[in-house]
Design a binder for this molecule. Structure first.
Ligand SMILES: Cc1cc2nc3c(=O)[nH]c(=O)nc-3n(C[C@H](O)[C@H](O)[C@H](O)COP(=O)(O)OP(=O)(O)OC[C@H]3O[C@@H](n4cnc5c(N)ncnc54)[C@H](O)[C@@H]3O)c2cc1C
Length: 243
């Protein structure tokens, strides 16, 4: 459970860089930030010169204390907020953020030895990357696995960082839905109940499962997990929207 109280903060854009062809990584400097647990999110509020405001939720890819926060935003075509964040935001710009939010969809070292299974669709990897990074930096003994469904290798968020984590501290399984890398053993295709069951920690190992991504992805995966015998009380979900 998060011990930090959510409030409004002024954030200054410290750095931005392309994450994928449609997404941008955004580093924010927030001097008043109280820190955040791995998996939590915040609300970004934009205000136009005429006073019109729009806000959207974004997961935080970083965790811990300190004034730096990392976001990764995928552009939703014709969206109101994400195209601005991906295309127009510049270093030195200021935006308002409200957080940290989400005490339920977080991971922190606990000494619980049961495995942790992360399952991401697209940009849903953002909070799960924060969890995998926090786990790697901790002495927590739990086995960590990430199943990441993504359109193609070029669409994977945090690709270099995940490759670096993969191995001793993280088992990484990638499912390519539209284009697999050259030489891949498995042709591209959507995640199915069978592929899911083959990749995730089995229900008899009583894993703690975190699922995040577009709403249809999360609902399908959560249903398949329950059908396969996973305990619903051990499954935590975060829906990013979309239909
Ligand atoms: C807790 C939480 C955390 C989130 N974290 C992230 C994150 O880390 N990175 C990130 O890129 N997004 C994240 N999102 C999604 C984000 O809040 C916005 O919904 C997204 O950026 C689209 O906003 P928009 O204003 O551009 O589009 P809108 O103007 O709100 O919507 C335009 C159209 O796109 C559809 N749409 C809305 N959201 C999505 C979506 N996620 N996928 C597909 N279609 C959509 C709408 O139904 C609508 O038809 C998160 C959402 C939640 C609830």
């Amino acid at each position: 459970m998060s011990r930090r109280t959510a409030s409004w903060h002024v954030a200054t854009v410290a750095d931005t860089r392309p994450e994928t062809s449609t997404a941008r990584r955004i580093e924010l400097e927030v001097p008043t930030w109280p820190g955040n647990d791995a998996g939590s999110h915040l609300d970004v509020r934009l205000t136009a010169p005429d006073g019109y405001q729009a806000s959207r939720s974004y997961s935080i890819a970083s965790s811990g204390e300190g004034p730096r926060i990392t976001l990764a935003v995928d552009e939703v075509p014709d969206g109101e907020v994400s195209p601005f964040l991906v295309r127009d935001l510049r270093v030195g710009d200021q935006i308002e953020v409200h957080g940290p939010l989400g005490a339920f969809f977080v991971w922190m070292p606990s000494g619980d030895p049961s495995p942790v299974q992360l399952i991401a669709g697209g940009s849903g990897v953002v909070p799960l990357f924060a969890m995998a990074s926090a786990h790697a930096a901790s002495g927590d003994e739990a086995e960590f696995r990430l199943l990441y469904s993504v359109r193609s290798p070029d669409d994977a968020f945090f690709s270099d960082e995940l490759d670096a984590l993969a191995g001793e501290r993280l088992t990484l399984d990638l499912v390519y839905t539209r284009q697999a890398p050259p030489g891949a053993q498995v042709p591209p295709g959507r995640l199915t109940p069978e592929r899911l069951a083959a990749a995730v920690a089995p229900p008899q190992n009583n894993p703690r499962v975190y699922v995040c991504g577009p709403t249809p992805f999360v609902e399908a995966v959560a249903g398949w997990l329950i059908d396969a015998g996973h305990d619903p009380a051990r499954i935590r979900t975060e829906r990013f929207g979309g239909s």
